[in-house]
Ligand binder design. Structure first.
Ligand code: IDP
Ligand code: MG
Length: 143
């Protein structure tokens, strides 16, 4: 494994229920370091741009409405194998199928409002981090 960065989003349903701290605690307990973070309210256009890869899927319009329905908490997680590690901590896309102890099992409402997003590979991680953060907004030990 190598030192990686990945993008995490606490989605509007979880932010609205006051779960930001609970989610971040799981990342930090797993040894992932939060190296950038902020609250963002996506416009529908920005939500469509973020999820452009899914634009042919039947749930695209609903997903973009949901993701622009309230503030989200975006962060960059750094650590060994952080991309896969974050996906493990999140659990399966559908909370009903997620493993016990995962974020989505504990707090996801349904397959759409599933509490969190995490990048699925190195290329998407780089693209998604750049979607939300300028390089100078990401912590480096030399700062
Ligand atoms: P992921 O978030 O686990 O990577 P993706 O397949 O990339 O899952 O889907 C992106 C997001 O789209 C999901 O997190 C969820 O919010 C939503 N989504 C995925 N599948 C469905 C579905 O079948 N119905 C409604 N929403 C869905
Ligand atoms: Mg995905």
């Amino acid at each position: 494994m190598s030192l990686e960065r990945t993008l995490s989003i606490v989605k509007p349903d979880a932010v609205g229920r006051g779960l930001i701290g609970e989610v971040l605690k799981r990342f930090e307990s797993a040894g992932l370091k939060i190296v950038a973070a902020k609250l963002v309210h996506l416009t529908p256009e920005r939500a469509r741009a973020f999820y452009a890869v899914h634009k042919q899927r039947p749930f695209f319009a609903s997903l973009c409405d949901y993701m622009s329905s309230g503030p989200i908490f975006v962060s960059v997680l750094e650590g060994e194998g952080s991309i896969a590690r974050n996906r493990e901590i999140m659990g399966a896309t559908d909370p009903a199928k997620a493993a016990p102890g995962t974020i989505r099992k504990d707090w996801g409402k349904d397959v759409e409002q599933n509490a969190v997003h995490g990048s699925d590979g190195p290329d998407t991680a780089a693209t998604e981090i750049a979607f939300f953060f300028r390089p100078d907004e990401i912590f480096r030990p030399s700062h």
